[in-house]
Design a protein around this ligand. Structure first.
Ligand code: PHE
Length: 387
């Protein structure tokens, strides 16, 4: 194991006669052996290229079974004179080897760190790798498109909270107390507060109409977009979905303005100029008269195509603002009138971008997002086309 042949010091029990001359020679030869040992060990330390090699040298020289401890164990058998020379010599040798190993270990660690830093260096001036960089969700995209179109038509964008009062969501919108239309909305109610009133998750974006009329003097020309909630879940319904609402309040607005506006909006959105629409009478508590708008579509061939064809597809609700709603919002129905429209944004996105299942929209599956998402660098604009 030991590479350096070290003669063990002669013990006192040695039969050879103990005289000064013999002892002197012995000690001289031992000391020169130790010199060689020290020299070679230092050379091996210097030649160690990694931590493992250095550790092997340490174990051979200083380990329990190593050369130096072996020699130290013989000190006890030496004559006092021998010990006086060999003791300090061996201690000094051990200390110097320990130190040489420590110095080398530090140097190796530094070199290893240096190498690692070099290997892991990142050139920040290189172009980014062609990795996936995130995308705009189709719903965000569609809301942006709709906001652009309506912005061009002179609408402002308003906002309202997801948690609403019963008054804003129902009462002010002419839903009578206990009226079945409230149940129609499958509302998520919160527990009643200390004053007995229940807050709720808004079931449509129409409460933002109320908020806007309460805070702003007409004429009003606003849209709002956002999350809405109904306790409903299947292939075409999720408990959370998105709506967009439009409201115009002025002195002479009429049903023709409403039809022209929503037709233009839908044509711009689907980018089909010849899009054929029709209005069917309907009921909403907050509009009178009320209508639903259908667009022409083609379901033949298993694929839904918007614009032409023999079928109709319902896409939005609308009507003239009910006088009771105007009154609840502090407006005189003799002076002001208006129209409103509202629709599901998710459905619009599905129709425009051929997304088959509504629930996938909110599953956060990155493969879906990659497929249906939009580049954040290409914003919709009317000049370039909104789609
Ligand atoms: N709030 C209605 C709904 O959620 C849509 C609508 C809005 C209808 C505005 C008419 C006017 O179904």
């Amino acid at each position: 194991m030991n590479r350096t042949p070290l003669s063990q010091p002669t013990s006192r029990s040695d039969s050879s006669p103990v005289n000064g001359g013999a002892k002197g020679r012995l000690m001289t030869s031992q000391t020169s052996d130790l010199d060689t040992f020290e020299h070679e060990t230092r050379a091996r330390i210097a030649a160690s290229t990694d931590e493992a090699a250095l550790e092997a040298v340490r174990v051979e020289a200083l380990g329990k079974q190593g050369a130096l401890p072996g020699l130290m164990r013989t000190l006890g058998q030496m004559s006092p004179q021998e010990r006086a020379v060999m003791g300090p010599r061996l201690n000094g040798l051990r200390d110097s080897i320990v130190e040489a190993i420590a110095v080398k270990r530090a140097a190796l660690a530094e070199a290893a760190l240096e190498a690692r830093l070099k290997a892991e260096a990142v050139d920040v001036t290189l172009p980014a790798p062609p990795a996936y960089r995130g995308a705009i969700h189709p719903i965000s995209r569609v809301m942006e498109e709709l906001a652009r179109i309506c912005g061009e038509m002179g609408f402002t964008l308003e906002e309202g909270p997801d948690i609403e009062t019963d008054f804003n969501n129902f009462t002010a919108l002419n839903f009578p107390e206990k009226h079945p239309a409230r149940d129609m909305h499958d509302t998520f109610f919160f527990h009643p507060g200390p004053d007995g009133t229940r807050r709720l998750l808004r079931t449509h974006t129409s409460p933002v109409q109320v908020r806007t009329m309460l805070k702003q003097k007409p004429p009003i020309r606003m849209i709002c977009q956002g999350r809405t909630y109904r306790c409903d879940s299947d292939a075409t319904h999720t408990p959370m979905f998105h709506q967009m609402e439009g409201l115009v309040i002025d002195r002479t607005t009429n049903m023709a303005d409403l039809k022209g506006t929503v037709t233009a909006l839908v044509r711009a959105f689907f980018e089909v100029d010849e899009l054929i629409v029709r209005f069917r009478p309907h009921f909403f508590p907050f509009t009178e008269p009320s209508a639903e708008m259908d667009v022409r579509c083609d379901r033949s061939g298993g694929q839904l195509k918007i614009g032409t064809g023999a079928d109709w597809l319902e896409i939005l609700g609308c009507g003239m603002v009910h006088p009771n709603v105007l009154r609840a919002c502090g407006l005189d129905p003799e002076e002001w009138q208006g129209y409103a429209f509202g629709f599901g944004v998710d459905r619009m996105a599905m129709l425009k971008y051929a997304i088959p299942d509504l629930r996938d929209m909110f599953a956060n599956d990155v493969r879906w997002l990659r497929h249906y998402g939009f580049s954040p660098y290409v914003l919709p604009g009317l000049a370039e086309g909104v789609g």
